[in-house]
Design a protein around this ligand. Structure first.
Ligand code: GRG
Length: 298
């Protein structure tokens, strides 16, 4: 796909998401105003919006309306933002910098950060449930279930539990993969599938291809995150660099070394491309997003 077209599309989705999120989040003047201000601080004005971009790219492929995809993108991004706020808390990763700004518990306080995460998570499900987002109620209900599964103990929250237990441990490649499939991969996979479900039902073969692609890039995202944590600086990342090694966390870089981790990322990108190939030009944006995920700077 023409990369300048892709850049233009990406920026337009990012702008749509910023204004959709700003509209959905409670006004900072509304009581309880400190909580609402902190929710807006956590979500707005930062982040690559990778998950909403995936929602839009997969949804366009299925002919879903941009308005539906905006809402679904918001639901997924709200879950993601909640996970970052909680992950940064002293009882978890204990970090002071996120998206180039002080983390929520530093800017506000720990109790507020906890409540911000709680409120963002419930707002995500409200957004997914309170307007028509699919061609049938049954499909929309299955979308709510999908997001709940991807976020819960068999998805992202479970992956985070495994991550916390793994500090200082030696993990095998299979164990590392299992952790990341849940912690990072589940929400990324859900983003693709939710977008696709908002449109006209796709043939089973295409849903399977999308699912395989989504699983691949979920893991790929994490391989690259590990590489960036080892190679990039804090100013570029907008979060503290080198934390994995400092915290003695098992990563693809600690397991495979930098060179092999980079090769793995390129191999997985090639597999993602092959997976999309049968869909031809209709999947061009998903392919460009996989490329963006691998070659991003932060
Ligand atoms: C607290 C339940 C709970 C889960 C936390 C997502 C997560 C699980 C922790 C975040 C820490 C981390 C480094 C995760 C690995 C990769 C990842 C999700 C990075 C952040 O996502 P980006 O790069 O962030 O999409 P932006 O800021 O661009 O949205």
């Amino acid at each position: 796909m023409n990369m300048s077209n892709f850049q233009t599309w990406m920026q337009s989705v990012q702008q749509r998401m910023e204004s959709a999120l700003a509209d959905l989040l409670p006004d900072a003047a509304l009581a309880p105003d400190r909580l609402h201000a902190a929710m807006r601080y956590a979500v707005l004005g930062g982040g690559k919006r990778v998950r909403p971009l995936l929602v839009h790219a997969a949804g366009e492929l299925a002919g879903a309306s941009p308005q539906r995809l905006d809402r679904i993108g918001c639901a997924v991004e709200l879950i993601h933002a909640y996970s970052l706020v909680h992950d940064d808390l002293p009882c978890m990763d204990d970090d002071v910098l996120r998206r180039g700004k002080p983390t929520v518990h530093v800017e506000y306080d720990e109790a507020t950060a906890l409540l911000v995460g709680d409120a963002l998570q419930t707002l995500a499900f409200q957004v997914l449930a309170d307007a028509p987002l699919a061609d049938s109620h049954a499909t929309q209900l299955s979308m709510v279930t999908l997001l709940a599964q991807a976020s819960g103990s068999r998805g992202m929250a479970g992956g985070q539990a495994i991550d916390l237990a793994a500090v200082g441990q030696q993990l095998s490649r299979a164990e590392l993969e299992f952790m990341h499939i849940h912690k990072t991969g589940a929400l990324i996979r859900a983003s693709v599938l939710l977008g696709a479900q908002a449109g006209t039902p796709l043939p089973t073969a295409e849903i399977e291809q999308l699912d395989h692609y989504a699983k691949l890039i979920g893991l790929l995202f994490q391989v690259v995150d590990d590489i960036l944590d080892a190679e990039a600086d804090t100013a570029t990342l907008g979060k503290t660099a080198g934390k994995d090694a400092d915290n003695d966390k098992p990563t693809y870089v600690s397991l495979l070394g930098l060179g092999e981790a980079k090769q793995l990322a390129e191999d997985m990108l090639a597999e993602a491309r092959e997976t999309l190939a049968p869909m031809g030009g209709r999947s061009a944006r998903l392919e460009a997003l996989a490329d963006y995920i691998v070659h991003r700077a932060f």
